[in-house]
Design a protein around this ligand. Structure first.
Ligand code: NAP
Length: 272
């Protein structure tokens, strides 16, 4: 039995075990995937322990993705992004980042052309870094806006974009073809709106990386008759890419998507 897992802190709400265990069953692999609570301080010993125990692979989530760079040799993409979300244990321990690829695949699946599009990326944390770097490589024209404008400028200078503070948010939204929310705003019921709903136009696409609930941003997007994409398919595709790195097999994307949507539905019913 090969063991896989996700390390993070907190980790109990992770949907990755449901997604990957469904994929392993569909592929007839004798494998299991669990969630492990691991602090930044314990990350090194946890990774070494997983290696010693013959783990097949790992995902890393908040707050470990950047810290992992101090421990694991990253591939070029993870190094450029500055974060690792996937670890393999073949001959050596190696780090990858599949978040940006997941985001691009989610957009493309919805028929959205990234090349030459004007993209407004809201956020400058780990998810924004991965998405910004990957979209810049695909030829998007990117503006970055973040609550902390200094972080927006830092990320912008790394990927050849322009960085702004929230004062500019609404005027930047109006100019964009694709608006991406890569902040954690919208994860919780009652979170404030990032911007007023009336700035959106029907020709725009709004991609919200939040996947645990239907956000106000996506509701506003639908009300504006614009194209709305939630974070579920990014989660599925980043997981599919990780599974392909670990096993060399083609990931059963539909099975993985169903597992996530079923888990989200079950959580919603439990919370009623
Ligand atoms: P992170 O590194 O902690 O970054 C958080 C970002 O959100 C920062 O830009 C932060 O701005 C901003 N932010 C937080 N609270 C805010 C507020 N009240 N108002 C305005 N901005 C605020 O987190 P992350 O790893 O990038 O994750 C961000 C989101 O992406 C989370 O919801 C996560 O679940 C989601 N995500 C989804 C996927 C997927 O597959 N769908 C993958 C990865 C992450 P400051 O810099 O100003 O603090």
């Amino acid at each position: 039995m090969k063991i896989y897992g996700v390390f993070g802190d907190p980790i109990e709400h992770s949907l990755s075990p449901a997604m990957h265990n469904a994929a392993f069953r569909a592929l007839d692999l004798v494998a299991c995937y669990n969630a492990f609570q691991v602090t930044k301080e314990r990350l090194r010993s946890a990774i070494m322990g997983a290696d010693s125990m013959g783990f097949g692979g790992l995902n890393l989530t908040i707050p470990l993705k950047e810290k992992a760079l101090e421990i694991i040799t990253p591939d070029k993409l993870a190094e450029a992004i500055g974060a690792i979300n996937t670890v393999s244990f073949d001959r050596q321990i190696r780090g990858y980042n599949t978040d940006g690829i997941g985001a691009v695949m989610a957009l493309e699946e919805s028929g959205i052309r990234v090349k030459d599009s004007r993209v407004l990326l809201i956020g400058a944390g780990g998810a924004a870094r991965a998405i910004g770097y990957t979209l810049a490589n695909q030829g998007a024209e990117i503006s970055i806006v973040n609550r902390n404008s200094k972080r927006a400028s830092e990320l912008a200078s790394r990927i050849g974009a322009n960085g702004y503070g929230f004062d500019e948010l609404e005027s930047l939204v109006k100019q964009a073809d694709i608006v991406i929310n890569a902040t954690s705003v919208g994860m919780r019921d009652g979170d404030p709106r990032l911007f007023q709903r009336n700035v959106l136009r029907s020709s725009q696409t709004v991609f919200d990386v939040v996947y645990n609930r239907k956000t106000e941003l996506l509701r506003d997007t639908i009300a504006a008759r614009a194209t709305a994409i939630d974070g579920v398919m990014m989660l599925v595709y980043q997981g599919a890419k990780a599974l392909e790195i670990w096993t060399g097999l083609k990931a059963p994307v539909k099975v993985m998507e169903k597992a996530i949507r079923d888990s989200l539905r079950a959580k919603k019913e439990q919370s009623r």
